[in-house]
Design a protein around this ligand. Structure first.
Ligand code: GLA
Length: 587
């Protein structure tokens, strides 16, 4: 069927050059998959590659979701219908700027799991039961069973992380035992330590890079003389962090790098061909120093990636430049690109209903949990969102600094119900001059999680706060209430008009639509928070920091008539009005 040999890739005995593009089904709404897949073909690709994010599919241990955006089976059917071959890179770990690199947060709550991504028995037991569920779905789509899946990845860039080859062998054997009979492979950076740490004897290796193809393939060939040349991730763009510059790559420069790969006779997977969106709370984070896991930088909501097919599915200059290159290597005439969906008329929506988060705790928060030290999000059984921690500082005393050790990731501090500052991981972690006049002061910390680190030694990023100190003294005795943020959170609220008071506010208003179409939501004058449209969480915004200043609003979320827009503003806004625009502002 499909074979990998030193001479290259062969399908049914005939040579096949893989001209692949990455498109993650979980970053695009299912109604839009056919359009995006057709765009891949129009660019000149013959294959689509996707990861599988374990944490999206198994939100709680043993609770599985393969519906809607998570319908992998439907996606693979769509790829075949679009006339594309498919490459699947299943979990356990995917990196991908995705929360925790795809590993479920609840692995961090299991005290038996001592280490991730190695032969830790408790970790492997979770992986094995997940594979029991996942792998049969992938197996039915293999080319050996009449489907279009040509090859399956074992782990993701394992050489960037560790050296437990027998862990990789366990995964490979697990794929085989559950019915994968197409070739397996690994992918790693083109350097000796990546390739000697991340590869598996007897399984082909591929390399990931953004430029200097000849050099990368020389390294691959030197260390792995029997493997054909394939760039499994050709980074034609890049992703953004909050507070940093928007990354762009010149289309002509990217097209030259693509040409260099193909001129070397190699196969390629363009990462990303179409990036899509980190909806809801799924954006991951990096650390500026992956080797120590220090200096946390969270990833933005858009995963446009400066990819050739933009976030809305439109043609870019990079698309045209890549099409011109790929045309020269295609063995069939390329179909024409399709136009993206129409745009909604530009307008403004006033969100004139509101409710304060601290007044709505009984509707949106879990029960109060008591502990001597602040429990982590994981201990509270919450994946993503906010936790309100409450304690007391004895008095009279002070003024002294109040320090939050191990804050992940951002906290609003309230003293006796009054705002006393906003603290941030790796930046400001103390409020100075905190005095207690009476017998005690009530201390509240509203902690927000911003996405778990997905790459390097920061992986396994627990959320919450470690120790809270007033001067040198630890504060004991905490109650914690968790507010899970995700799809559907605002459905539980009772709306009115929030009066004066501290803390975040939910705002609601209505958008009237004649016919569902695409749009971009802008929040000028707002600060930081989350947006929902008809209960679907579009993701985070951080207007005050950027670089991203509009959120892509895909048409399938809208309905004819009245649509409901909810914003949870954490820091306060000038006027609760959101704008509907007709072009993106990614910075
Ligand atoms: C690596 C990972 C991908 C992604 C890219 C950067 O190559 O394998 O999942 O994180 O980096 O976008």
């Amino acid at each position: 069927m499909f074979q990998i040999s030193p001479g290259g890739f062969f399908l049914g005995g005939r040579p096949l050059r893989l001209l692949s593009g990455a498109l993650h089904y979980f970053r695009v709404l299912p109604e839009q998959w056919p359009h995006r897949l057709r765009m891949l073909r129009a660019m000149g690709l013959n294959t689509v590659e996707t990861y599988v994010p374990w944490n999206l599919h198994e939100p709680r241990p043993g609770e599985y979701d393969f519906t809607g955006l998570a319908d992998l089976d439907r996606f693979l059917h769509a790829t075949r219908k679009a006339g594309l071959h498919a490459i699947v890179r299943p979990s356990p770990y995917i990196c991908a700027e995705w929360e925790n690199g795809g590993l479920p947060w609840w692995l961090l709550a299991d005290r038996e799991v001592r280490a991730l991504r190695c032969r830790d028995p408790a970790y492997l037991a979770h992986v094995d039961s997940w594979f029991d569920r996942l792998i049969p779905i992938v197996a039915t789509h293999q080319v050996t069973r009449g489907g279009n899946v040509l090859m399956v990845q074992i782990e993701n860039e394992y050489g960037s992380f560790g050296t437990d080859t027998r862990y990789l062998e366990h995964l490979a054997a697990g794929l085989r035992a559950r019915g994968i009979d197409v070739p397996l492979f690994t992918s790693d950076g083109p350097d000796d330590f990546f390739l000697t740490g991340g590869t598996v004897p007897g399984q082909p290796a591929t390399v990931n890079f953004g430029s200097r193809a000849a050099e990368a393939f020389r390294t691959l060939h030197r260390l792995r003389p029997d493997d054909p040349a394939m760039c499994m991730e050709f980074w034609c763009g890049w992703f953004d962090h909050w507070g940093a510059e928007h990354a762009v790559r010149d289309p002509e420069d990217a097209a030259r790098a693509l040409e260099e790969i193909l001129a070397a006779g190699a196969s390629v997977n363009v990462y990303m061909a179409h990036g899509g969106t980190n909806f809801s709370t799924w954006a991951g984070a990096n650390t500026e120093d992956p080797a120590t896991g220090q200096r946390y930088v969270p990833t933005v909501t858009s995963y446009d990636y400066d990819a050739p097919i933009d976030e809305r599915g439109g043609v870019t200059d990079k698309f045209l430049a890549f099409r011109a290159v790929l045309k020269g290597y295609a063995d069939v005439p390329l179909p024409d690109p399709l136009p993206p969906a129409p745009l909604l008329p530009v307008s403004s929506v006033e969100l004139n209903q509101s409710v304060r988060l601290l007044d709505a705790l009984d509707e949106v928060a879990g029960a109060a949990v008591w502990a001597p030290q602040p429990p982590s999000f994981e201990e509270l059984g919450i994946g993503h969102g906010l936790v309100l921690y409450t304690s007391r500082i004895p008095g009279p005393r002070g003024p002294y600094p109040l320090t939050l050790q191990g804050l992940a990731d951002r906290a609003h501090v309230f003293l006796d119900g009054r705002p006393a500052g906003v603290l941030e991981r790796d930046a400001t972690e103390a409020v100075d001059g905190v005095a207690v006049v009476g017998a005690h002061a009530r201390l509240e910390l509203l902690v927000e999680s911003m996405g778990r680190v997905n790459y390097g030694m920061g992986l396994g990023d627990r959320k919450g706060v470690g120790k809270v100190l007033h001067t040198q003294q630890m504060l004991h005795g905490w109650t914690a209430r968790a507010v899970e943020l995700g799809h559907g959170t605002p459905d539980r609220l009772t709306w009115g008009t929030a009066g004066e008071g501290p803390g975040p506010v939910f705002h609601r208003g209505f958008l009237d639509v004649e016919e569902p179409a695409d749009g971009y939501l802008a929040l000028p004058g707002w600060s930081k928070g989350y947006v929902w449209v008809n209960g679907f969480c579009l993701g985070r915004y951080w207007e005050e920091r950027g670089p991203q200043r509009t959120l892509y609003l895909p048409w399938p979320l809208l309905r004819e008539g009245r649509n409901d827009i909810v914003v949870l503003e954490l820091d306060g806004c000038a006027r609760p009005v959101v704008q509907l625009r007709d072009s993106p502002d990614l910075g």
